[in-house]
Design a protein around this ligand. Structure first.
Ligand SMILES: Cc1ncc(COP(=O)(O)O)c(C=O)c1O
Length: 454
């Protein structure tokens, strides 16, 4: 954990002193309802006041332990003093410069770091945008430009963002598409290997990888492979509920891409930068992608940034083909550089792997005990608990999941929904072992409370 300026309130576990929402929170939520876009999916009435490490204090003084890293952004915790200080220094020097038309060193330095940590020992190029969706948008445009082909392959359950390109590549929830058509054409969705709920009703192992065979069949009957510009996939699906493909899957997908000369794009926006106990989730499969998209945790939540890191052979578009005024803003770059230093110096990737093993062991014991927990799965600190009505039928347990979330929040624990019936557990990589164990104990109490009712 950060060693300086830790406020006393962020040291002693969660503490609920007022109802959630309390009076100040209620009044802010009322104002919010009058002016904010109704498209946001606010699920809990929590109004943040300040944050530190893995703790958040709401505007009424309630203290929460956040095991969701502020929606998978705060890998270094809230307001890490080193990142805050780097940003403060930068703000005094230069807040913005037209990085698309001129130069500044922080942008180059961050690009150099990213080319070193991403898989693949080849020359790379980096494009900077302002968000995850923009990182994906750039990858999408880049492969179309490079291959001069109209089609892209994506996967069922994918979430890549909400701009038109990224939304068109997504298929995690129909509400993301409803009334927005026509979407970007030429995208074909293949079945993601969700072994717990296999679309082909097979069981791994022994399934003959029908999910890969399906793509091959599609190429024979529906889409000519020579019209495909590339394949985009999340190595571990995020919003769908941390779905982890089996060990053979990515080598097989890579082989398919190589057969047809398709660039493989991996969306590491949620899974990248150490979260899974490897620098990138795709490293678990030892597969080298052509393009990697990152955002969320990159600048530690201090300034928006997204990056698309590509094999230089693939990112060969011409000047003017793509750019964004604020993409790779100097303050965001400085925050990201400091974050990557922390990741290395504090060995946070290894730490995520170790703490993840501890958490997974604890949660697997719950899976054994409670019939409404269907599956616990995870890599590093990217862990999912999937709820069911009963573990034999595997009927989705949305109500059970929601009750556990509420019971946890009542005790001051922030967790995140995923898929139809999943809770995602993704604490900051800097969380102390004690805070993690405390969070897991609170989660266990919440599960027990719901277990008594279900
Ligand atoms: C895997 C993945 N890709 C893309 C995005 C979109 O990122 P943003 O919301 O920053 O546009 C997200 C956001 O949740 C994500 O999880």
């Amino acid at each position: 954990m950060p060693t300086t300026s830790r406020p006393r309130w962020a040291t002693r576990g969660p503490k609920i002193v007022r109802p959630i929402p309390g009076p100040k929170a209620r009044s802010i939520i009322k104002r919010d309802e009058r002016v904010m876009s109704p498209s946001y999916t606010r699920s809990e009435p929590l109004v943040a006041g300040e944050g530190w490490g893995c703790y958040v204090k709401d505007v009424d003084g309630n203290i929460f332990l956040d095991l969701s890293s502020g929606m998978f952004v705060l890998n270094y915790g809230y307001s890490h003093p080193r990142i805050v200080s780097a940003v403060e220094q930068q703000l005094k020097k230069l807040t913005h410069f037209a990085g698309t038309d001129f130069y500044y060193e922080a942008q180059v330095e961050l690009a150099e770091c990213l080319t070193k940590i991403t898989p693949g020992n080849f020359s790379k190029r980096v494009y900077f945008g302002n968000s995850g969706a923009e990182a994906v948008e750039a990858a999408f445009k880049c492969v179309r430009w490079h291959k001069r082909r109209p089609r892209v392959i994506s996967f069922t359950g994918a979430f890549h963002g909400r701009t038109f390109g990224a939304m068109s590549l997504s298929s995690s929830n129909v509400v993301h598409h409803r009334y927005f058509s026509p979407l970007v054409p030429g995208i074909s969705f293949m079945p993601y290997p969700y072994c717990y709920r296999c679309l082909f009703r097979q069981s791994y192992p022994g399934c003959d990888f029908l999910c890969i065979e399906f793509i091959r069949e599609y190429l024979r009957k529906v889409i000519p492979p020579e019209e495909v510009a590339g394949v985009i996939i999340e190595p571990i699906q995020g919003n769908a509920g941390y779905i982890i493909p089996p060990p053979e899957y990515f080598p097989m997908l890579r082989e398919l891409c190589d057969e047809h000369g398709w660039p493989l794009i991996v969306d590491e926006i949620q899974s990248g930068l150490g979260r899974t106990g490897k620098m990138f989730a795709i490293d678990h499969w030892k597969v080298i992608p052509d393009i990697v998209c990152v955002a969320k945790a990159l600048s530690g939540g201090i300034a928006p940034i997204g990056a698309t890191i590509a094999n230089a052979r693939v990112m060969n578009w011409e000047p003017g083909a793509h750019a964004s005024t604020f993409g790779g803003n100097v303050v965001a770059c400085v925050a990201a550089i400091e974050g990557l230093k922390l990741l290395k110096e504090q060995k946070l990737v290894k730490r995520a792997a170790e703490l993840g093993r501890l958490a997974l062991k604890h949660l697997k014991e719950l899976e054994e005990k409670f019939k409404f927990i269907g599956e616990v799965r995870g890599k590093g600190l990217m862990i999912a608990v999937e709820f069911v009505k009963n573990d034999k039928t595997k009927r989705v347990g949305t109500r059970e999941r929601d009750l556990v979330l509420q019971a946890a929040l009542k005790r001051g624990l922030i967790l995140f929904r995923g898929g139809k019936s999943v809770i995602r557990i993704a604490p900051p990589l800097v969380i102390s072992r004690e805070d993690l164990e405390l969070g897991l104990d609170i989660f266990t109490e919440a599960v027990r409370e719901v277990g008594r009712k279900c």
